[in-house]
Write a protein that binds this ligand. Structure first.
Ligand code: UTP
Length: 292
């Protein structure tokens, strides 16, 4: 099996219930963070890791994702007439990468969404990117995991330390540190009840997986919330082979949640060269108003 990660799966067929009503008929993944839809940040992250083949698992109301990554002839003609060369390059830049789309007919869970992409994976290790977990582009989380895979040749889950009060929102691992941010995982629990989390190390939306996960997913039964859970399949995988975690110490935004989305928007706007000065002075004004 190859030790290079060339493919990434983007599960994007979830119903986005935390963001209703905005997500009733439009994909959560297309909500913009400043001027790019959230899924574009994930796709750019994959490209920065030299991952050139992408599969996006979509569902109902998700066609705009395909249109977004397609070539925009009409728009290009219009922008040409107004001399906006830089914008033309920006809107068509990502249309040159290979993206395959697979539909998940029913939103049966993250594990099921990943199993829909099996025909594309071709017995190779692959990355999984949950695009509503936005990683600051200056952080190299996925790149580090891709490098680590060459050494470990085993599944690797991105981990983050979360406050004990938040563990019920995540898959949480029981593991032993091997140094350098690497943990050997002994067990994992999906959304543990209060007081039952084995640690405060939560699984976040970046994974390197091996194709043996598909055999397990193909016979997985619905778990928590009636969904086919990726965490349950990884727990079974653990009985057959070593699985590792890699601790992320940078900045992540859970942009599938309203508060996380707002935090990402504010931080990214403050870093945006066109907006930063004006937006900063607006934020300073807001903070003054709040102090009154
Ligand atoms: P979430 O747990 O964020 O679920 O899924 P969701 O449906 O998108 O949003 P909420 O929680 O109802 O607000 C994690 C990732 O798995 C994908 C989602 O699109 C998201 O990227 N997913 C989830 C699927 O592709 N299919 C599913 O059946 C479930």
């Amino acid at each position: 099996m190859s030790d290079t990660i060339k493919k990434a799966i983007f599960p994007a067929a979830g119903l986005g219930t935390r963001f209703l009503p905005a997500t009733k008929a439009s994909p959560k993944e297309m909500l913009p963070i400043v001027d790019k839809p959230m899924i574009q940040y994930g796709v750019e992250e994959a490209i920065s890791c030299n991952i050139k083949e992408i599969v996006i698992v979509t569902g109902k109301h998700k066609r705009t994702i395909e249109d977004h990554f397609d070539y925009a002839f009409e728009l290009e003609e219009k922008l040409k007439k107004s001399g906006k060369k830089k914008l033309i390059e920006e809107i068509n830049r990502l249309s040159r990468i290979k993206i395959a789309y697979i539909r998940q007919g029913y939103a049966l869970g993250l594990g099921h969404a990943i199993s829909c992409a099996e025909p594309f994976v071709n017995n190779e290790p692959f990355a999984v990117i949950l695009s509503d977990d936005i990683i600051d582009p200056k952080d190299t989380l996925l790149k580090d995991m891709v490098h680590l895979y060459r050494k470990l040749k085993a599944p690797i889950l991105a981990l983050e330390r979360v406050p004990a009060a938040d563990t019920h929102r995540y898959g949480v691992i029981d593991g032993k540190s091997e140094g350098g941010g690497v943990f050997r995982i002994n067990g994992l629990v999906e959304k543990p009840a209060p007081g039952e989390a084995p640690s405060n190390l939560a699984i976040i939306g970046r994974y390197i997986l091996t194709p043996d996960i598909f055999t397990i997913l193909s016979r997985s039964k619905p778990g928590r919330g009636g969904e086919i859970q990726l965490t349950d399949a990884i727990a079974e995988l653990l009985r057959k082979r070593p699985v590792y975690g890699y601790l992320f110490r940078g900045r992540r935004y859970d942009a599938g949640d309203k508060l996380g989305y707002l935090k990402a928007t504010v931080d990214f706007a403050l870093k945006n060269p066109e907006l930063s000065a004006a937006f900063r002075s607006y934020i300073v004004g807001v903070s003054r108003r709040l102090k009154k």
